[in-house]
Each structure stands twice: as C-alpha cells, then as structure tokens.
Write a protein that binds this ligand. Sequence first.
Ligand code: ZN
Length: 115
Amino acid sequence: MQYYVCDGCGDRMARHDLRYTVTVEVRAAYDEVEVGLTDLVRSHRQEILGLIEKMRDQDAKALEEQVYKKISLDLCPRCQRAFLKAPLRFHPEEATDAPPVDIDAFLRSLGFGGQ
Ligand SMILES: [Zn+2]
C-alpha cells in the first residue's frame, strides 16, 4: 500500500488521506545592477579568475545552495496548521489537536461531488 510520511511529525498518511504539500524556494536576491560603458569595456578576467579560485575548494552542492534551494514537504493536517501558525518557526510538536476540516463534507455542502 502506498503511503506518504509527514515531513513534520513522521506520521504515515494513507494515499487518499488529506495531506498538504509545502514548496519553499530560497533564492539569492540581487538588486538591479546598472551597467555603464566603463563596465562594458573593462576586463573582468581577474575578477572571474579570483571568483573561480575562491570556489575551487568549496563543495558544489553548498555553492549551489548559496544561490538557489527548493524544499518540498508533505505535511499531515496537524503539521499544516502548525506550519501556517508560524512558518519560520515550525515545530510539529506545537501542532494543535483540533480536528481537521472534512474537505469532502465541505465540498458536498457546496454542491460539488457525489451525493
Ligand atoms: Zn505531521
């Protein structure tokens, strides 16, 4: 039987159980650079060689993560509520025990889905 594992608390979720996915993209932010004529005619060779030298002994994955990192999480309903409460300080143990919303019943009450 296929199942998912909550990345917050580690609980198993059956294939058709309500679960949530969280996608976080962390990108290096740069301000726009104004390029003038002097920048275009100047040789950047030394700068580039210096940059390559600095990166030579660094881990490729760590270098990549300095620029971009995508994180995908599967969350159970309890962890989803805890995540929404404090996305930057998400702790699964702070999840409330409030019953999850019955999405199927909610959609049926709106007239969607089978009777
Ligand atoms: Zn969970």
